[in-house]
Design a protein around this ligand. Structure first.
Ligand code: PMP
Length: 461
């Protein structure tokens, strides 16, 4: 049993909340160690201390890019999945707003933008050797055709997205963006027919997560991408497809080419890496996404013009201008190491954790036959369960007192016991939503721990 430090001291805690966070793997910790005090330079500095740091950041970027079959420059480090999701939604929507409002141009003249054109008219990148602010992405067709300034961009998000997508979408809605919520069926899978009806010429972005963090449903991303691709051909517009793969990478292949993804969120802390690191993959090909030149406004503020993703955080121009601020070098190094490890051990981990989950469910059904699964989890590590005799809040407290750490859903809402929007979205009645809890398993979980958890749960129930 893991000795876990608690406010009141050390207790024999059983952690079954790996979807909320995973412990940093020992080899990841070792890889990070030298970057706290030995190689501590600022990656932006030209001297050798800085160069050591940027080399480590770039090595992590290279590892991540290779694993998802992206290019080096398509991986933007962020502080985690929340920030990556914000950058995806706000960044694309801002770009489209700028274009619609006439602040940006769809195709800036080469001389002005630092771009030049190929004979076929497609832009090529020039003068972008620096990783600093002179480089950015730009899309030729980001704005739907035939639009005037009164038209709003539209954002489509699935009903079971993480709060960092949903609340960002609602914040954008308050700023005038049209937000359409794509429903899911009782298994927690998006409705493709409804999606087809929702896509229109104003659609700037569709965001559908890969693996749901509360019920473990897995979305048919390739089928969604095909639908988007057909729509692009038909309409001549380019809605982009973003997926939040924070819960996916540890157990599912995240090949952006096979999946047909334009933007993808990754999170280090869900794959035995440290907190404080995540990434947004942004496709820079085919859609005509290019570098941009930041324009200086008269008042001196930097205002990027014609671009595809507008940075949320502006400053020194790190991360190819898309995410300013000195890189969190140790966390990024750890993220790279954790991702390489996850990629290498994916099959083994999925098999082991999936078997543990089955073992737990079998044991639980024996001691509490009334238990029911919510939705259908295809993720090895997650299961969401309904306990008809329990209220989630009280149950979580009782479980915690028994030394079992589980949660009601996403970590951020767990503290306030907010009824789960995901369970409502799959059509469960309020009473069932109020009696449901998520269990999630991890590589460090053992059958001994599960036996002990079941023994304690017998008392709780
Ligand atoms: N997306 C998903 C699917 C998640 O599970 C989480 C973490 N619960 C997040 C985004 C947010 O991650 P973070 O809090 O690390 O930014």
């Amino acid at each position: 049993m893991k000795k876990t430090r608690k406010a009141g001291g050390i207790y024999n805690g059983i952690y079954l909340d790996y979807a909320a966070s995973t412990p940093v793997a020992p080899e990841v910790k070792r890889a990070m160690q030298p970057y706290f005090s030995e190689f501590f330079g600022n990656p932006g500095s030209l001297h050798s201390f800085g160069q050591e740091a940027i080399a480590a950041v770039d090595a992590a970027r290279e590892t991540i890019a290779k694993a998802i079959r992206a290019e080096f420059r398509e991986v933007i480090f962020t502080s985690g999945a929340t920030e990556a999701n914000n950058l995806a939604l706000r960044g694309v929507v801002s770009a489209v707003w700028h274009i619609l409002r006439g602040n940006g141009r769809l195709s800036a003249p080469a001389a002005e933008s630092g771009l030049s054109s190929r004979p076929d008219g497609s832009d090529i990148r020039v003068g972008d050797q620096s990783r600093r602010g002179s480089e950015m992405f730009r899309v030729k067709h980001a704005a739907p055709r035939n639009l005037n300034n009164n038209v709003k961009p539209k954002l489509i998000v699935s009903a079971i997205e993480h709060e960092s997508i949903l609340n960002t979408a609602y914040a954008l809605e308050a700023e005038g963006v049209e937000v359409a919520v794509l429903p899911v069926d009782k298994k927690g899978i998006v409705d493709l027919k409804k999606l087809e009806g929702m896509l229109d010429e104003r659609t700037a972005l569709l965001s559908v997560m890969y693996v749901n963090n509360e019920i473990g449903s897995v979305q048919p991303l390739a089928a969604i991408a095909k639908l988007i691709s057909d729509f692009r051909k038909e309409s001549g517009t380019s809605p982009l497809f973003h997926t939040d793969a924070a819960q996916a990478f540890e157990y599912f292949e995240c090949d952006i080419k096979k999946l047909g993804i334009d933007l993808m969120t990754l999170s280090s802390q869900k794959m035995y890496g440290p907190k404080g690191a995540g990434a947004l993959y942004i496709r820079n090909k085919e859609l005509g996404i290019m570098n941009y030149e930041s324009g200086k406004r008269r008042d001196g503020a930097i205002t990027p013009n014609s671009r595809f993703v507008v940075p949320e955080i502006t400053g020194g121009g790190q991360e190819f201008g898309l995410r300013s601020g000195t890189e969190n070098v140790p966390a990024i190094v750890g993220f790279g190491k954790a991702l390489a490890r996850a990629e290498k051990k994916r099959k083994e981990h999925a098999k082991y954790v999936g078997a543990l989950k089955d073992y737990f469910l079998k044991g639980l059904r024996k001691i509490y036959p009334k238990v029911r699964e919510n939705g259908i989890s295809r993720a090895p590590h997650i299961v969401n369960l309904y306990f008809p005799t329990e209220f989630t809040g009280d149950f979580l407290v009782k479980m915690d007192m028994a030394g079992i750490a589980v949660s009601s859903g996403s970590a951020c809402s767990a503290r306030s016991f907010t009824p789960s929007h995901v369970l409502h979205a799959i059509g469960l009645p309020s009473e069932r939503v109020r009696g449901s809890v998520r269990f999630s398993f991890g590589v460090p979980t053992t059958t001994r721990e599960i036996d002990e958890a079941l023994r304690r749960m017998r008392n709780v129930l």
